[in-house]
Write a protein that binds this ligand. Structure first.
Ligand code: DMJ
Length: 622
């Protein structure tokens, strides 16, 4: 920077009469000397004038720090010698020059380069904090939050789809408002008797509907409700309870719900609560094999299995549905134990012989041996298969073990369980010691979506075949709805005794607002864009409105073949977590929670893909 530009006041009087070039060399030298003396004086003044803040604090505030200094005479300002001042002065000058150079560099950079620099600097600070054993206030390592893309969507262009999507949001509002009004803080709502309801799956943990609904509120942009729910979680969600809970249910609804709420909103309270709850679940793994108990007392850490489970076994769909959440818990807590626990489950399974390549539903956690040879892609087995595939997808396709286990299992299911009825409906039967029971559960209907999701990763000659299988299963499950009086699907339907896709036993005729059929429509829509899936979803909306909607929310029905509904008086928390979310996504564009960035846990809680290339962050900081 030329000296002249620093001396506007000295140059001004001469500007008209003489040009700066008219100074002689000696004059220039003298001017420079005068200027340097002036600058030194100015800097000196800063250090030798009294400190105004200290003066003020002496007058207005009685700061103990100032008093102590006065008493001992150890004022840090007095201790400095002239030599010290020079050092300080030199440092200020140096910092000033450095700042000027950096500012100049920065001005020459493009905005995106500046943004990158800021990100790098933040990461450096984060690493340093962790390196020094740094923990944040909640004892968790510092993590820079980045929201993955598609957390919220935009309105579809097509007016009919837009209207249908808005209708689903209105349904969510009715379900949520009713819960808020009649059952706030309870686990679930009784919509007919208008009061709270709690199943023993959650022990005395409260607020299942609140935690299960968080992400649905967020993606539907019901932010005021999301904030009220956050407030409740902050003040009331308590895991310090002396109660026995289902490890599986608490994991998929509470841990899953909290993780998704964190990834969508970035609110630390959700990370903290998810990790806190995850830690409470760890004692469930204290078995000789590391296969966790089904039930756990959160206070004593004592676990056991369901008394009805074959020979004291743990259940495949329960211990096999922890993987996604536990991988994220390790990522968010920095504690590898969560991941180790679920990887060990795989190790145990891979050591065992599998009958016909199938995974029996029962496994004894003490002996590490299978219980009864019952196999199902519905209840007791379902989400184990789902999590093998999704573990691979969530790992950004690096978890080769998960991938192999999934495609091998699917092949065994196709060979041994998948059948076609005489009129050509494909179904997945249940297998009991080598004998087939020609029954398919509502729960099994999720498999259409799972097979479609995995078709792309199958060996290339199988992709088309698997898409066809998925479409066939979707059709069968749609038939199970279409063949009822209420146009809602039964809990289980059979393909024997002269019937197809119809429930024959009274205790299989109920519908409890389950999501699996709609979940499959959503996946099929995303992969094919065949409008029939949206039509089938809309049929379900109309049936829900007509038969399940009551003044106080939504209720399940006891018999879908009866001409009018007999309500069971329960609004299941998964109705808000899954059924309404999948319907909303069915009528949304594909870039809302896109599949290459998110996977859904089995309770429809979206979890981000853990990108193998950490620099792949198209989402940036929001
Ligand atoms: C949900 O809790 C989950 O989808 C689970 O995997 C199976 N059952 C219910 C919904 O039907």
């Amino acid at each position: 920077m030329p000296v002249a530009t620093l001396l506007p006041f000295t140059a001004t009087p001469n500007r008209k009469s003489a040009s700066p070039t008219s100074f002689r060399l000696t004059e220039k030298f003298i001017l420079l000397l005068v200027f340097s003396a002036f600058i030194t004086l100015c800097f000196g003044a800063i250090f030798f004038l009294p400190d105004s803040t200290k003066l003020l604090s002496g007058v207005f505030f009685h700061s103990p720090a100032v008093e102590t200094n006065t008493r001992t005479g150890q004022d840090s300002g007095d201790s400095g010698s002239a030599g010290n001042d020079e050092k300080v002065l030199a440092k200020i000058k140096k910092d000033h020059e450095k700042a000027l150079i950096e500012a100049k560099d920065t001005l020459q950079k493009r905005p995106d380069e500046i943004k990158q620099d800021i990100i790098k600097e933040k990461e450096k600070v984060a690493k340093e904090t962790i390196g020094q054993g740094g923990k944040d206030v909640n004892n968790l390592p510092f993590i820079e939050y980045r929201r993955p893309p598609g957390a919220t969507g935009h309105e579809p262009l097509d007016p009919e789809t837009k209207e249908r999507r808005a209708k689903v949001k209105e349904m969510m509002k009715h379900a949520w408002d009713s819960y808020k009004r009649y059952a706030w803080g309870s686990n679930e709502l009784r919509p007919v008797s208008k009061q709270g309801h709690s199943s023993n799956l959650f022990g005395s943990i409260k607020g299942a509907t609140i935690v299960d609904a968080l992400d649905t509120l967020y993606i539907m942009e019901m932010f005021e409700d999301f904030d009220a729910a956050t407030d409740w979680v902050e003040k009331n969600l308590d895991f310090n309870v002396n109660a026995e809970v289902s490890v599986f249910e608490v994991n998929i609804r509470f841990v899953g719900g909290l993780l998704s709420a964190y990834y969508l909103s970035g609110k630390e309270v959700y990370r903290k609560k998810a990790v806190e709850l995850g830690e409470k679940l760890l004692p469930a793994f204290k078995t000789p094999t590391g296969i966790p108990w089904a039930l756990l007392n959160l206070k004593s850490g004592i676990g056991r299995n369901w008394p009805w489970a074959s020979g004291g076994s743990s259940i495949l769909a329960e211990y096999g549905t922890l993987h996604l959440e536990f991988m994220h818990l390790s990522k968010l807590s920095g504690n590898p134990e969560f991941a180790q626990k679920v990887m060990n489950i795989r190790k145990v399974l891979n050591r065992l012989d599998k009958p016909q390549g199938l995974y029996p539903n029962y496994l004894n956690p003490n002996s590490g041996q299978w219980g009864q040879h019952h196999v199902s892609v519905g209840g007791l087995g379902d989400s184990f298969y789902e999590y093998l595939l999704k573990a691979w997808l969530m790992s950004d396709k690096t978890d080769e073990e998960g991938k192999k286990m999934y495609y091998d299992a699917l092949q065994a299911i196709e060979t041994n369980l998948m059948r076609k009825s005489s009129s050509g409906l494909t179904y997945i039967a249940e297998w009991k010691g080598g004998l087939l029971e020609h029954k398919m559960g509502h729960l099994t209907c999720f498999a259409g979506g799972m097979i479609a999701l995995g078709a792309d990763g199958a060996p290339s000659d199988k992709t088309g075949h698997q898409m066809e299988q998925a479409a066939e299963i979707a059709r069968t499950c749609h038939e199970s709805y279409a063949r009822t009086a209420l146009k809602l699907g039964p809990e289980a339907f059979r393909f024997d005794g002269g019937v197809e896709a119809i429930a024959t036993r009274q205790n299989e005729k109920y519908f409890i607002l389950r999501p699996e059929v709609i979940e499959t429509y959503m996946y099929m829509w995303r992969f094919t864009h065949d409008p029939k899936y949206r039509e089938w979803g809309w049929e379900a909306v109309q049936a829900l409105e007509q038969h399940c909607r009551v003044e106080g929310g939504y209720s399940g029905v006891r018999d879908v073949y009866a001409s009018s509904p007999n309500h069971d008086d329960v609004q299941q928390s998964f109705y808000l977590a899954e059924t309404l979310k999948y319907l909303y996504l069915l009528f949304s564009d594909d870039d809302h929670l896109p599949f290459d960035h998110w996977v859904f846990n089995t309770e429809a809680h979206p979890l981000p893909v853990i990108k193998k290339d950490q620099t792949d962050r198209p989402n940036e900081v929001e």
